[in-house]
Design a protein around this ligand. Structure first.
Ligand SMILES: [Zn+2]
Length: 495
């Protein structure tokens, strides 16, 4: 009788401890790894992993499969990339608890903020959802034949909508409403939630251009909900603050709950080149005080593919305010053609001006936005000549203004033309400094979200395939999808 049940041979082992990758075989007995090395004992079954990486499964702490898991229990595409546990509910965007009369509001919020296809959500969830409360949602997950492990955080957005209805997106809560939310968070934690998630990020704009509900919360409300997590005796708090860390708030949330706080996002270039170093230093200071506060980083550049039906990359541009407020596509088209809108956008592209103050007076972030605009590339067009062309190069060749060209091309294509814009985290030497910090947690893959713009759920395989900067680079190009000649993307967005 062979000693081992399974032997994985010939692969490159990356064991997850931080030690360098190496050639090693792995022996498994009774479902556990019992031997690592060469010349392992005989096994009942062998798997030849030559040319492959052998690694422990990844825990993807930042996904948005809350709805998708109900009709796709494999959580496609995460397991294809080595994810064996996915955490749902990030940024506070869950689907439970939801009253029947708020289902449409929740789906429209997910559509707008996480780039999910409304028709896919409606088809997937059907007209009568199998849950209203958070415990009922957890019960439903028990009935789903899950392909990987799933953990769920309770989200601030559904909790606020449950208590306040439509007004969750327009005003702070009363003390009575906060007390009801606190009870709901506690109920969710007792039903097995692994934490509470919320967002105050300015990019989180919900349906009809309104801020997502959690952005309307006073900080006292956040603290009350953190206390509910603390009372449960387990779990953590996920706090999405956008680009600018809120150090004191993390400490207060921890003090109120006694639980770890994970904040999003610690990215390269978020407040200009090199800004991550100040963030790493400040994070180190908190840890020296013994505080379990962790920044969440990403290994891939934050780049978005989009079309002008839903130009999410411009959500942080003040000049795009009329587009955000537009009710439908016809209104957006009219705005794109409007000379006054174009003139304002041209001023914002040309240099610092009053519109930059929209971002809390942080004009330097406007510089990052302008740099991103200069990198805008056409990723899908009916005319193959335009594929992968940079907007500013095309504008120069044609002797026209880049803003006019961008909007004219969008309108001429019936808003179908697709674009790509790298926003942050594209300097690999800076990214590697962030990831080398042992207290930074890898996340932000956003699995299940932004399907019409990006797919970073592949981040585990992306990470494993890349050496540290300075080392030899694997063959192949980086930094975004590049179609093979003749390849055509179906123009419709969707899951
Ligand atoms: Zn998220």
């Amino acid at each position: 009788m062979p000693e081992l049940d399974l032997k994985i041979t010939g692969g490159t082992l990356i064991d997850g401890t931080g030690s360098p990758r190496r050639r090693a075989d792995v022996g498994v007995k009774d479902g556990r790894v019992v031997a690592v090395g060469t010349d392992l004992a005989a096994a009942c079954e062998s798997f030849d992993a030559q040319g492959r990486v052998v690694a422990p499964g990844f825990v993807d702490i930042h996904t948005h499969y809350d709805a998708q898991v109900l009709w796709d229990p494999e959580l496609t595409v995460s397991p294809w990339h080595g994810v064996t546990t996915a955490v749902l509910g990030n940024c506070g965007f869950g689907v439970a608890p939801t009253r029947p009369e708020h289902r449409d509001l929740i789906l429209r919020t997910l559509e707008r903020v996480e780039g999910m296809s409304l028709s896919a959500l409606e088809a997937g969830l059907g007209s009568s959802w199998p849950f209203q409360s958070f415990p009922e949602y957890m019960d439903q997950l028990e009935r789903v034949p899950l392909g990987i492990n799933v953990a769920v955080m309770v989200g601030h957005t559904p909790v606020r909508l449950w208590v306040m209805g439509d007004e969750a997106t327009t005003r702070p809560a009363t003390a009575h409403e906060v007390a009801q939310m606190r009870a709901l968070v506690r109920q969710a934690m007792d039903a097995g939630a692994v934490g509470f998630a919320t967002s105050v990020s300015k990019v989180h704009v919900g349906y009809a251009g309104r801020p997502v509900p959690s952005r309307l919360a006073k900080f006292d409300e956040m603290l009350e909900l953190a206390r509910a997590v603390g009372e449960s005796g387990h779990g953590l708090i996920h706090y999405n603050v956008g680009r600018d860390p809120l150090w004191q708030a993390y400490e207060q949330l921890h003090a109120a709950s006694g639980r770890p706080v994970v904040w999003t996002s610690l990215l390269a270039g978020s407040l200009g080149p090199g800004s991550h170093r100040a963030h790493l230093d400040r994070a180190a200071e908190q840890r020296r005080q013994g505080l379990p506060i962790h920044g969440q980083g990403a290994c891939r550049p934050i780049q978005f593919e989009f079309d002008f039906r839903s130009p999410v990359v411009f959500d942080t541009w003040a000049s795009f305010e009329p587009v955000r407020m537009a009710g439908d596509e016809a209104q957006r088209r009219a705005i794109y053609a409007d000379p006054a809108f174009r003139a304002r956008l041209k001023r914002q592209v040309a240099g610092r001006g009053p519109d930059d103050a929209w971002f809390a007076g942080k004009e330097a972030e406007g510089d990052t936005r302008r740099a991103s605009f200069q990198e805008m590339t056409i990723s899908w067009a009916a005319d193959a000549e335009l594929l992968e062309r940079k907007l500013v190069d095309l504008a120069r060749e044609r002797g026209v203004d880049a803003v006019d060209l961008m909007l004219d091309l969008a309108l001429e294509s019936d808003l179908q033309m697709r674009w790509r814009m790298a926003l942050l985290n594209f300097d690999e030497s800076e990214v590697s400094e962030i990831l080398a910090d042992p207290h930074v947690v890898l996340g932000l893959g956003d699995g299940g979200a932004h399907m019409s713009q990006l797919c970073d759920a592949c981040h585990p395989t992306y990470l494993l395939s890349r050496p540290r900067p300075g080392g030899a680079r694997p063959a192949g190009r980086s930094g975004g999808f590049r179609p093979r000649p003749g390849w055509r993307r179906p123009p419709a967005a969707g899951l």
